[in-house]
Design a protein around this ligand. Structure first.
Ligand code: ZN
Length: 232
């Protein structure tokens, strides 16, 4: 497996698009993988080729480095992991302190599939947008969880696969700042215009920070991060 080649878990959201730019600035060969797991909204899947095409336009080097994209259908997982993202349920806080958007073990499943693909493609690094800082305490976003998963994958594949999480300690404001540092205004504009974060799948309302309903928890996080970054 090549240490200079990465597979990015890419959903066409703000975080994973920033991670993809991070990987493109650092690795010689970069591929992307996404997962169709029965989301209520296919908006993310619609945006993904648009974000990829736009990223190729930000930097000629990125265009050379960015390779194949693959979307894996794991709708059976979505069916068993009943939650607000995959079923027609309200987004609310549950008695266990986790929002109903929490899909149990989602990142572990994603990483297992991604690792199998990376192994076949000779890609030695997995890159994911998991973040402990601003999120809702999703246990599978913690670095401790990912360290354990990385070790399990290394043992299970008998290969030195690395799991990189460049956003782990960043606030949402700092994630906007990272995009600025990696690709300047063209990358920030691309993320505003083409990436999708809103849980409600709204792409009709355009705000300074991008498209979205403006009211769901994902829109709140994105808007607050934008405002904090712009005010800094
Ligand atoms: Zn929203």
């Amino acid at each position: 497996m090549e240490r200079a080649a990465a597979l990015v878990l890419f959903s066409a959201g703000q975080d994973s698009s920033t991670c993809l730019a991070w990987a493109l600035s650092r690795y010689e060969r970069v591929e992307t993988v996404g997962f169709a797991y029965g989301q209520r909204h296919a908006v993310e899947l619609d945006q993904r080729p648009r974000v990829l095409a736009a990223l190729r336009g930000v930097d000629p080097k990125w265009a050379l480095r960015l390779g194949a994209d693959q979307v894996i259908d794991i709708s059976t997982f979505g069916a068993l992991a009943d939650s607000a993202l995959t079923a027609d349920r309200a987004i609310e806080m549950q008695a266990n302190g986790l929002p109903s958007t929490f899909v149990p073990g989602r990142n572990l499943v994603f990483l297992a599939y991604a690792a199998a693909l990376a192994y076949r493609r000779g890609l030695g690094v997995l890159v994911g947008g998991m973040c402990e800082t601003d999120y809702s305490g999703y246990p599978d976003c913690r670095r401790e969880t990912l360290d354990a998963m990385e070790r399990a994958l290394q043992l299970g594949l008998d290969a030195p696969l690395v799991v990189e999480t460049p956003l782990m300690r960043l606030t949402k404001a700092e994630t906007w700042g990272l995009a600025q540092a990696l690709g300047g205004d063209p990358l920030v504009d691309l993320i505003v215009e083409s990436t999708h974060t809103c849980y409600e799948g709204d792409r009709t309302h355009r705000h300074a920070w991008g498209y979205g309903c403006g009211a769901c928890p994902a829109c709140d996080l994105r808007r607050l991060g934008w405002e904090q970054w712009r005010a800094a």
